[in-house]
Design a protein around this ligand. Structure first.
Ligand SMILES: Cc1c[n+]2nc(N)[nH]c2nc1OC(C)C
Length: 324
């Protein structure tokens, strides 16, 4: 016979596990209806036993009341932008600059290749495994505190799925709105005579800038992590790809198109493959981000004033503006 505290704790663990299977592994183990039943069972138990309230419970996604404004957050590590390439020649020139700078290079040079999601870059801080703060990129140094809104995004865990979480871990990634959700949102806005959004990126930005988390919660937003900022109390893997795999293992969603490419030819093949996949992904991307995978090499290369020397966004030609 379980105590109420044990029932509540067990339901919280079960729901976190199923959120991970669904949102991170894309391998749900139970039907959505069963998940909903467990969720409402936990909600009822927590309401009946407020002495066991816990702000990190999977039920605690919607902030209390609307904010009057957004507080400012200073990024401990600046969130820099990326240098762009618009042709193979420009990408090759990027690689040549790296070769000139590093002199001897591992052969082949391994790149971690990622789709560049067309959303908003955010920073999410977990302290001792629980989500404590989230901010927009802002100007790279200072962003807006959007913690309450980030907490409403279903594929962002409120608690990391690990028994020994880092003291502090800053996850960096892109919040975006899938195309299907964007079209549904605009249909509803039209039906209600409200303003529609020009594209999913604007819809994501508008949804994250809502002062009322109850509105943000109704918007179909998702996160895909692409990097780590601050990390304390944990020994991180020594390649970028392994770091992303580690993030995924502790419950952080990472885009499934990301792959390692050895040598420039394979990187350019990845770029062309992503260009072909682009119309069928179900979300907007505006190019790829191609990063030196080895962290030691990244640190040797460092950053130009505003962007890293070790990464470049190879963008697609601007898509003809879709008239919504
Ligand atoms: C600004 C940015 C944006 N993106 N998007 C991806 N996929 N990776 C990535 N990395 C970024 O910056 C790091 C290279 C520092």
């Amino acid at each position: 016979e379980q105590t109420f505290a044990q029932q509540i704790e067990q339901l919280r663990q079960t729901l976190r596990y199923h959120e991970y299977q669904y949102h991170v592994l894309d391998e749900p183990k139970i039907p959505d209806a069963e998940y909903d039943r467990l969720f409402h069972q936990l909600k009822a138990l927590e309401q009946a036993h407020p002495e066991f309230a816990d702000s990190h419970s999977p039920t605690q996604r919607v902030g209390a009341k609307p904010l009057a404004g957004f507080a400012q957050v200073t990024h401990e590590i600046p969130m820099l932008s990326l240098d762009n390439a618009f042709s193979d020649e420009e990408f090759n020139a990027f690689v040549k600059r790296i070769q000139d700078r590093l002199g001897v290079l591992p052969e082949p040079l391994t790149f971690c290749c990622e789709p560049k999601l067309d959303g908003l870059a955010v920073s999410i801080l977990y302290e001792n495994g629980v989500l404590t703060q989230a901010a927009t990129r802002g100007d790279g140094t200072t962003g807006e505190d959007i913690t309450a809104n980030i907490r409403t995004i279903r594929n962002i865990p409120l608690q990391l799925l690990t028994d020994n979480p880092p003291a502090r871990l800053e996850v960096r990634g892109e919040v975006f709105m899938p195309q299907a959700g964007f079209e549904k949102l605009n249909e509803m806005a039209l039906a209600k005579g409200e303003k529609t959004f020009a594209n999913p990126r604007n819809a994501a930005a508008g949804s994250l800038r809502q002062l009322d988390p109850k509105i943000t919660r109704q918007r179909p937003l998702m996160l895909n992590a692409y990097g780590i900022g601050v990390a304390e109390g944990v020994l991180l893997p020594d390649t970028h790809f392994a770091r992303l795999q580690w993030l995924k293992s502790i419950g952080i969603p990472v885009n499934k198109e990301i792959e390692l490419c050895n040598g420039v030819e394979n990187v350019l093949k990845f770029y062309r493959t992503m260009a072909e996949k682009r119309p069928h992904l179900g979300y907007d991307i505006d190019g790829t981000v191609l990063k030196i995978n080895d962290i030691a090499l990244q640190e040797q290369l460092g950053f130009i004033s505003k962007a890293p020397r070790w990464a470049i966004a190879y963008k697609f030609p601007a898509q003809e503006e879709l008239t919504v």
